[in-house]
Design a protein around this ligand. Structure first.
Ligand SMILES: Nc1ncnc2c1ncn2[C@@H]1O[C@H](COP(=O)(O)OP(=O)(O)OP(=O)(O)O)[C@@H](O)[C@H]1O
Ligand SMILES: [Mg+2]
Length: 228
């Protein structure tokens, strides 16, 4: 079953337990299994505290499961060790965080070029790719602006440019349209759909039925379990 083995995202019986104050434990994910195929755009829905961000952190290699396995492009994250996991994350994953995490002292261009600098790409390539990523989110005219000079929708679009500038095979987005008006929501959904059409794999955690309707399918997660 080569096709299945090559699925860019595979989660097999993943459980994530966090220590909580008072020596108790929180089971944020409980034996979750799923696969996402290349070019799929999948919505992750469910109540607040259900485990969506925890699952994205595992699928993005930011965190490791307490039990079970997560594979990113065929690599099992818990077997890699820190250096290889960092490289896998750097080269294969783009993340749009729930809070956008742009660096406030850096302008738009500098924020977006970060993944390419980490990959030590040549200057000319960095320049070309950053401009192309900014053009794809219609933000090339604001390359010199600081994040504090941007609207919420513009910050979001820059965060997307940074997540896609190194052309990762997997793009993860945590509430990418939260607090945005419907025009900006539509723009972001269009950008993500275009990435999926080009073969990139997209997982979007969202509370918005409209976002979910733009995806190929929806995975529901509640109390750490996949419910549908
Ligand atoms: N670092 C952590 N330490 C302890 N508990 C955590 C940690 N991160 C998440 N949790 C807990 O794990 C559970 C799942 O949280 P998670 O952030 O994954 O939910 P979510 O579905 O993303 O919610 P939301 O829709 O509000 O963003 C919650 O009970 C949360 O309090
Ligand atoms: Mg969350």
């Amino acid at each position: 079953m080569l096709a299945q083995r090559c699925d860019p995202i595979r989660v097999a019986g993943a459980t994530k337990i966090y220590p909580a104050p008072g020596g108790t434990l929180i089971t944020a994910l409980d034996s979750v299994s799923l696969r996402v195929r290349a070019g799929e755009m999948v919505a992750l829905m469910g109540p607040s505290g259900g485990g969506k961000t925890t699952l994205l952190n595992l699928v993005g290699g930011i965190d490791l499961p307490t039990r079970g396995e997560v594979s990113i492009d065929g690599c099992i994250t818990s077997t890699l060790g820190d250096d290889r996991l960092t490289r896998l994350r750097r080269d294969h994953i783009g993340i749009i965080f729930q809070s956008f995490n742009l660096l406030t002292a850096w302008n738009v261009f500098e924020n977006v070029e970060l993944p390419l600098r980490l990959q030590r790409k040549p200057h000319a390539e960095i320049y070309r790719r950053v401009l192309s990523a900014l053009e794809s989110v219609s933000m090339d005219h604001k390359a010199d602006a600081l994040p504090s000079e941007l609207s919420g929708g513009e910050v979001q679009r820059v965060a997307i440019a940074r997540a896609i500038v190194h052309q990762p095979s997997i793009v993860l987005a945590d509430e990418p349209t939260g607090n945005l008006d419907s025009r900006n929501q539509d723009t972001i959904l269009r950008i993500l759909s275009e990435l999926a059409a080009k073969g990139q794999t997209i997982v979007v955690a969202t509370h918005s039925p409209k976002v979910a309707m733009s995806c190929n399918r929806t995975i529901y997660i509640e109390d750490g379990r996949v419910t549908g």
